[in-house]
Design a protein around this ligand. Structure first.
Ligand SMILES: NC(=O)c1ccc[n+]([C@@H]2O[C@H](COP(=O)([O-])OP(=O)(O)OC[C@H]3O[C@@H](n4cnc5c(N)ncnc54)[C@H](O)[C@@H]3O)[C@@H](O)[C@H]2O)c1
Ligand SMILES: [Zn+2]
Ligand SMILES: [Zn+2]
Length: 361
């Protein structure tokens, strides 16, 4: 099968032929229909997070089940699925306390010594985050996917695989905002726009979108933002405080920068909560003003929207199909796999909400 292979930090991905194995007992072979291009992949390509090479990147996808292993009962060939990198074991401390997105069990991967899921000429090609979506097929553990209704278009379903689940989930699950609360979102890419959309669905009274690109702020209004702030025109904290008379109840950082993480903390009111979603480069330290804790200000991380994805994702599908989740507006461009490097470059410019790689069916 054709796949985009990551060989070296800072270099374009290479379209190459990669062998994919047959499903083992608990594995599912999926024909990829679409894969969104999330900024997290770019962090790995740029080396701000380490990953072994060669590897097939991509982690935001949907497709159709082609074959299942002997023990799989949950899906069968022909089923439509969304993948999720938060593969869960189902019996560790995290899973059993309801925090499945924190599961780190290695049993969702193949044991060392067994043939690899992906290979080239007998040499292993590393699977990326349990998925490797920039490929015509994916071979994943049965706990890395959720079955969805067949009237959901698969290119938009793919977006739910990471960006939507991360952004909406940060609002619903990690922060758990209340109706009427005030929200600010820093960074309006696929993840930030999903925060804005999630906040609107959850009944936020005010949703302030912050970005440096004017077209993104325009777009954010379509997702439910009530106010927009251009972060390149001065400190957005001052403007948020002015707009809200002292700060927001909830802020969300959806870029992955030290400066915007510190802004997220400074723009919350007394008792407010800042939720950090962006992947801040390894080694970066965050500075916050200690006495602010006396005002009961809180800061927390959010991984993949603290998801229980087999519950959450079908709900997000329903939100889209009932007009609440604006996934049509999130697709900026559809491209073939061969143009994946263009999609990564577009992310760097900040101009796209999401590029989606679409595969021939
Ligand atoms: N925590 C998780 O589980 C998780 C999951 C998915 C993505 N992420 C991370 O979330 C972040 C966002 O991902 P994305 O795919 O939406 O990225 P993106 O590149 O599409 O969006 C980033 C947005 O931030 C804006 N921006 C850049 N610098 C800014 C600044 N100084 N002030 C205001 N706005 C600025 C850009 O214009 C762009 O609109 C990335 O760091 C990504 O790795 C984290
Ligand atoms: Zn992602
Ligand atoms: Zn587990």
């Amino acid at each position: 099968m054709k796949a985009a292979v990551f060989r070296e930090v800072g270099k374009p991905l290479e379209i190459e032929d990669v062998q994919i194995d047959k499903p083992a007992a608990r594995e599912v072979l999926i024909r990829t229909a679409a894969a969104g291009v999330c900024h997290s992949d770019l962090h790995f390509v740029e080396g701000s997070y380490p990953w072994p090479t060669p590897s097939v990147l991509g982690h935001e996808s949907a497709g159709v089940v082609e074959a299942v292993g002997s023990d799989v009962r949950y899906v069968e060939p022909g089923d439509h699925v969304i993948t999720c990198l938060s593969a869960f074991c189902g019996h560790c401390l995290h899973c059993l306390t309801g925090h499945m997105s924190l599961c780190e069990s290695p049993e969702v991967q193949r044991e060392v010594g067994n043939p690899p899921r992906l290979s080239q000429g007998g040499q292993a090609v590393h699977q990326f985050l349990n998925l490797s979506s920039y490929a015509e097929q994916m071979l994943v553990h049965e706990h890395a996917l959720v079955k969805i209704r067949k009237d959901m278009p698969l290119d938009r379903a793919a977006l739910i695989g990471c960006g939507v689940t991360t952004g909406v989930g940060a609002v619903f699950n990690t922060a758990g905002i209340e109706p009427g609360s005030s929200v600010a979102v820093i960074g309006c890419g696929g993840v930030g726009l999903s925060c804005v959309n999630g906040a609107a669905i959850a009944g936020a009274g005010r949703v302030i979108a912050i970005d440096t690109v004017a077209s993104k702020l325009e777009l954010a209004r379509r997702f439910g933002a009530t106010d927009a702030i251009d972060a390149s025109a001065g400190d957005p904290v001052v403007q948020v405080r002015e707009l809200t008379g002292g700060g927001v109840d909830y802020s969300f950082e959806a870029i992955g920068l030290k400066v915007s993480t510190e802004q997220a903390f400074r723009m919350i009111r007394r008792g407010g909560t800042a939720t950090v979603i962006g992947m801040i480069p390894v080694g970066t330290m965050i500075e916050i003003h200690g006495p602010d804790f006396l005002a009961e200000k809180k800061i927390q991380g959010s991984n993949m929207g603290s998801n229980r994805f087999r519950i959450d994702m079908p709900r997000y599908v329903d939100f889209y199909l009932t007009g609440k989740l604006h996934l049509d507006d999130m697709v900026s461009q559809r491209l073939p796999l061969e143009r994946v490097n263009e999609a990564l470059a577009a992310l760097k410019q900040g101009e796209v909400a999401r590029s989606v790689l679409v595969f021939d069916r």
